[in-house]
Design a protein around this ligand. Structure first.
Ligand code: NAP
Ligand code: F7E
Length: 336
């Protein structure tokens, strides 16, 4: 009989890739969607008739208890969160409620009605924040630098605690930044790829960014969801860093993105202090040795391939919508 997976945050970037991956593995996929005046189902539109979408919210424990009881999942993936670091400075309490306590509500619902199910928590490299060692690994102490990072530390330790206290098969995946053409437009990589495409089509003239020197370990979301699934197939539950082992500055991402369309990034890019953060995470670099050795996981897409894929997808979408290139060049393979 096929296994059932329950995914919170299925409408997000990772939720859509994870749902695709689990469907390919023959799972029945139940996705929790929260009520909105306009539903945000764009990223899973192509999967709609293969998914069971059910209404619930990480803020509402009773909905979680009801859904786990009704759908009896074998695996529960907690991907839902207020995930934008900048917003977490403006809405620290809401971020704590959803990103931190939300995970605790789901763990508690699982303990009460489905304790045999395996649990995945979407933890984050933001927990390392002001890093204590480089590269960061599973044993590196945390020093979060935002309300988002603090909330994720709480959720991480709750996951570890439910494993140790109740014997729940609970894993925390400490994922470094991962991106894709489905990334939200507010995150720096997608902001860059989308603005580059708009500049090519004459819809914008400038790309305004904050800290160009921040360094991140950027991978492809499609690669990272394979690691989530692999963690729940292991013999023992554990925590894993998932990263590429390479770090790049925001400036480098920009340079490659403009190069892709034959433009000079310095001509179009400026700095605007509005995009600075009250406290910054300067450098992240992950050591994915444990995931490689125990799960056999490794990333497939390189950094330049990721940048190219994102720029191409944004440009392709604009050309398909009827816009035309007015400067730069269209990369080979972009049809429009
Ligand atoms: P995302 O695109 O922002 O998706 C977040 C998801 O959470 C959306 O489906 C959203 O639903 C849902 N959500 C928000 N509040 C909710 C609530 N109260 N109840 C139920 N669902 C709620 O995030 P992502 O990039 O896919 O990331 C997935 C997870 O991994 C997040 O927990 C994130 O913090 C974590 N993470 C991400 C990265 C990364 O680089 N992407 C790295 C490490 C960890 P709506 O569509 O209704 O808004
Ligand atoms: O910023 C700098 C910014 O917003 C990356 C989330 O998925 O990954 C993500 O968090 C860096 C920061 O991602 C702009 O200051 C410069 O140093 O793309 P971001 P993030 O904050 O790293 C972690 C792992 C998560 O878990 C989170 O959920 O880029 N930066 N200029 C900018 N950032 C943005 N957004 N916009 C700018 O204009």
């Amino acid at each position: 009989m096929s296994k059932t997976a329950f995914i919170t945050g299925i409408t997000g970037q990772d939720g859509s890739y994870l749902a695709e991956h689990l469907l390919e593995q023959g799972y029945r996929v139940v996705g929790m969607v929260r009520r909105a005046s306009t539903p945000s189902l764009e990223r899973i539109e192509h999967l709609r008739d293969r998914l069971d979408l059910v209404e619930g919210d990480l803020l509402d424990t009773s909905s979680l208890v009801r859904l786990l009881g009704e759908h009896e999942p074998d695996e529960v993936y907690n991907l839902a969160a207020q995930s934008f670091v900048k917003t977490s400075f403006h809405e620290p309490l809401n971020t704590g409620q959803v990103t931190g306590l939300g995970a605790a509500r789901l763990l508690e619902a699982l303990r009460l009605v489905r304790p045999g199910a395996r649990f995945y928590q979407a933890s984050s490299s933001e927990m390392f924040g002001k890093v204590r060692e480089t590269p960061q690994r599973e044993t590196t102490p945390f020093h979060p630098r935002s309300p988002y990072g603090v909330a994720k530390v709480y959720a991480h330790w709750m996951t570890v605690n439910y494993r140790e206290a109740y014997g729940i098969f609970a894993c925390s995946g400490i994922l470094f930044n991962h991106e894709s053409p489905r990334r939200g437009l507010e995150f720096v990589t997608r902001k860059i790829s989308n603005t580059v495409a708009r500049i090519v089509c004459g819809l914008e003239d400038r790309l305004l960014l904050g800290n160009l020197e921040a360094r991140r370990d950027w991978g492809f979301a499609g690669d990272y969801v394979r690691a989530m699934h692999a963690m729940l197939q292991a013999e023992e539950p554990d925590d894993y860093v998932v990263a590429t082992g390479e770090t790049h500055a925001v400036r480098e991402f920009c340079e490659l993105a403009f190069d892709r369309v034959g433009l000079d990034w310095q001509e179009f890019t400026g700095v605007d202090e509005r995009y600075y953060r009250p406290a910054e995470v300067d450098l992240l670099l992950g050591d994915p040795t444990r995931a490689r050795e125990r799960l056999g996981w490794k990333p497939r897409l390189s950094f330049p391939e990721l940048v190219g894929m994102m720029v191409d997808a944004d440009l392709d979408a604009l050309l398909r919508a009827g816009h035309h290139a007015v400067r730069g060049r269209i990369p080979a393979g972009v049809q429009g």
